[in-house]
Ligand binder design. Structure first.
Ligand code: NAD
Ligand code: MG
Length: 354
């Protein structure tokens, strides 16, 4: 988990009564603002919001709303899943923008590959990219097919090509194949989002096996290297590479000793590679999220008991929902940020770095 909630120290519980007000506002305004791009967006994948459980229509973007109450606040139900976890089994279900993200053609005709695009932050980016006009290929583990199927349907509903790339990115040969397949199926590549990640919380360094340490580094550090190296020959001037780092790169939790080191590595990836690729007209940036409500957390990323207070220590008193960070991925991929390279964008609900 990516905030201090994962630290064993007790956290300050911040519960406000505003959820009711926020939910009521959404319920009133949502029908007028519902997406009209296809049934999948407003159907079973509709946002599941509220306080801990239940469903609430997505908040309308046209109406200013209090960010403290915009999405579920702790306490959350303590829940666990086997890794890699499924977004579809979380309570409440994360909001990836299924019913709310509206595109304005900012990525029209682009071709994007997003690793870990089945759930969480990658899924929110995939939905946003498709609705901004991009074809989208998503990488994911075979065990996540049911989450991936939902995303693929949403991409197609947006009128874009969807490419499914199941497989394990800890395998270099698979990484090479994944890129080649994405390029072949979409007819090129303009945007690469290295987003897949593994996080396993452990109270002590003594509890971290060599297998865990190796898997965390293979997934979070080696794979972006392999995937980016394979993608590079296909990227032309104007292309964008984005890597999902974390606030853990700057302010690590005690229980994320191995993970935090990989995320610091992701920041260096973006800083060094941006200098290298500027001469080719390719931009490279990193996103450093704070705590987001994703399948990563109940599937070993968080100490289970700490999940109840997940996000409570942010300034806004709650975790982010994946949809809330999707616009950062859109901006970094689009021509609008043409002078932005080698940067790290934070979105942590207050506090944290950068
Ligand atoms: P998530 O579990 O929804 O997404 C991670 C995805 O990584 C999985 O869906 C899976 O498809 C993919 N993945 C993991 N191991 C893989 C493997 N061996 N082969 C292929 N794919 C694999 O969780 P998320 O929180 O959306 O994570 C996305 C990124 O965000 C990760 O890099 C994570 O480190 C980072 N992040 C998350 C948070 C947070 O609080 N959720 C905070 C900061 C950074
Ligand atoms: Mg997943």
């Amino acid at each position: 988990m990516d905030d201090k909630t994962n630290d064993p120290a007790p956290s300050r519980r911040q519960i406000v009564g505003g959820v009711t007000a926020g939910a009521a506002m959404a319920a009133v305004a949502a029908p007028a603002l519902a997406q009209t791009q296809g049934s999948a967006q407003g159907g079973s994948q509709g946002a599941a919001l509220g306080s801990g459980t239940g469903t609430t229509p997505p908040l309308p973007l046209a109406v200013p709303h209090d960010p403290r109450d915009a999405y579920p606040r702790p306490p959350f139900k303590v829940q666990t899943q086997a890794a890699p976890g499924l977004a579809g089994r979380m309570e409440p279900r994360p909001d990836h923008g299924e019913a709310s993200y509206r595109g304005t053609g900012r990525l029209m005709g682009r071709k994007a590959l997003i690793t870990g695009g089945d759930s969480g932050i990658g899924r929110a980016a995939a939905i946003a990219y498709a609705r901004e006009g991009a074809d989208v290929a998503i990488g994911y583990l075979p065990a996540e097919q049911e989450d991936a199927d939902e995303v693929l349907a949403i991409i197609r509903d947006a009128g874009r090509k969807a490419v499914a790339l199941p497989g394990d990115i800890r395998d270099e040969a698979f990484c090479n194949r994944m890129v080649e397949t994405a390029v072949r199926e979409m007819g090129g590549l303009d945007i690469l989002v290295n987003n897949a990640g593994m996080q396993r919380a452990q109270q002590s360094i003594a509890d971290i096996t060599t297998e865990q340490f190796d898997a965390t580094f293979k997934t979070n550090v080696y794979a972006p290297f392999w995937i980016t190296r394979a993608a590079l020959p296909h990227l032309k001037p104007g292309a964008a590479i984005i890597i999902t780092a974390s606030e853990q790169a700057y302010d690590p939790s005690a229980v994320l000793f191995d993970y935090a080191q990989t995320k610091a590595s992701n920041v260096a990836f973006s800083k060094a590679l941006s200098k290298q690729l500027a001469g080719k007209g390719i931009r490279v940036n990193a996103v450093a999220p704070g705590p987001y409500w994703t399948a990563l957390q109940p599937s070993g990323g968080a100490i289970p008991a700490a999940l109840a207070e997940f996000g409570a220590k942010t300034s806004l008193g709650r975790p982010g929902q994946p949809v809330e960070i999707a616009p950062v991925y859109v901006l970094l991929a689009s021509q609008e940020s043409s002078f932005t390279t080698g940067q790290v964008f934070g979105a942590s609900g207050g506090g944290g770095f950068p």
